[in-house]
Design a protein around this ligand. Sequence first.
Ligand SMILES: Nc1nc2c(c(=O)[nH]1)N[C@H]1C(S)=C(S)[C@@H](COP(=O)(O)O)O[C@H]1N2
Ligand SMILES: [Mo]
Length: 502
Amino acid sequence: MHTRRFAALAGIAAAGVAVGVAEAVAILTGATTSPLVSVGGVVIDAVPAKVKDFAVAVFYTYDKLALSIGTLVVLAAFAAGIGVLARQRRLWGYLGIGAFGVIGIAAALSRHNAPWYAFVPTLVGAAAGAGVLHWLFTLEAGDNADPQERRAFLRSAGYTMLGAAVLGFASRWWSTRRGVEADRANVQLPSVPPNTVAPLPPDADATLPDLAPFVTPNKEFYQIDTALVVPQLTTEDWKLRIYGRVEKELTISWDELLKRPMIERYITLACVSNEVGGNLISNAKWQGVRVADLLAEARPKAGADQVVSRSIDGFTAGTPTAALLDGRDAMLAIAMNGEPLPVEHGFPVRMVVPGLYGYVSATKWLVELELTSFADFDAYWIKRGWSAQGPIKTESRIDTPRDGSSPRAGEIMIGGVAWAQRRGISKVEIRVDDGPWQSATLLPVPSIDTWRQWTFKWPATPGKHRITVRATDNGGDTQTDAVAPPDPDGATGWHSIDVEVK
Ligand SMILES: Nc1nc2c(c(=O)[nH]1)N[C@H]1C(S)=C(S)[C@@H](COP(=O)(O)O)O[C@H]1N2
Ligand SMILES: [Mo]
């Protein structure tokens, strides 16, 4: 009889081989058929919204790494259990591996756009895992073999194979990633006619230390998505389908999209999950094709009050058709700050709609626009309890001095950003402790669709102080002080910082 440790290690070794082989096969069949990616995707989509908020809050963009590591740990624990069961009866071990196989296959086939052969990697992997289990239990069955040696062998075999699985997975990911990066490097952005370019006022940026720059560099742009592994889509494979309640269905290739008239605009994107004072907001110069031009060709039918934009990995956002046709610069963006979209931000094509939170408008890796109605379809986050309508709320933030810092007494430059996309910012006020509201200096902006920097010279006296900011939009509405959480349609309240002036 084998020891329990032997059996547990044999289970881990078998699972390691199963996953490694499945991921290796998925190199050929494509990332969407990878059992690790599919199971992870199912888990992300199934996690209740509240838990996911927590994950976003705690891990921010690292939540997916945590999920991947967690999944591997759980997988290893189950594999050890299967090994121990197989020690009692070999059949139970095979059934355990079979159960894993069923989960992997169901997950892979359930993913959006799954090809019919999505079951193949898991099937081959499970067969290999079962083979290894069989081999380890029969070949190493000799009771006269040195148990110490046997255990050492198994431990190294198990770890090597798990390592191989992770490596195989990582290398597959890197190879597709390199292919898409090469494709991205080859993109020649069409020029934008000068009269359609929104110029940047030369003094839009106060360039204070710690103050968010007016234009966010691509590398620092906030990133939020549900993708466990960022979709890798080449321009050659990209196609956009416009369908549903339209008079004329359209399918557009990358080359066709590039031939269309282009605009270039500064637009500030914001996440509905952004807390007061948070940094899930960034500003970039986007280049793309007006959504209104494409809709004019497809001709939405009466009652098609919602445009559902869908990504290659099945994420959906529902945007009011009216918001895409009311003259704002909603676009299918192909470039961000003069470069093709970074893969993390939706390469090759994403949607950008001024004035709406990302979850109802900013679909990355965009492949479909479906004309439908709000009554007929709930998009990804709406199904999870968030509001169907997501206009961005007026907010402001203090960036410098930093909360909790201890600046020197004397004249201190307070600075930050304020935003009310589509309405524009007309006033920002600062309050120190219980003092009066005082107007800050507003820096120029290219349009009402971006955030606006502000500065305020403060003669700081020693001691503890609380500084509060509030903004007013061009319609004369002042940002509310009523504190609301992000859920269900965006946080409100005034941002305050505490400093101790020395
Ligand atoms: N395909 C896809 N697009 C998506 C999302 C997503 O999860 N998947 N998240 C949306 C949300 S909630 C936001 S706030 C913005 C963020 O865009 P960014 O990552 O480029 O900043 O993308 C939107 N587009
Ligand atoms: Mo978001």
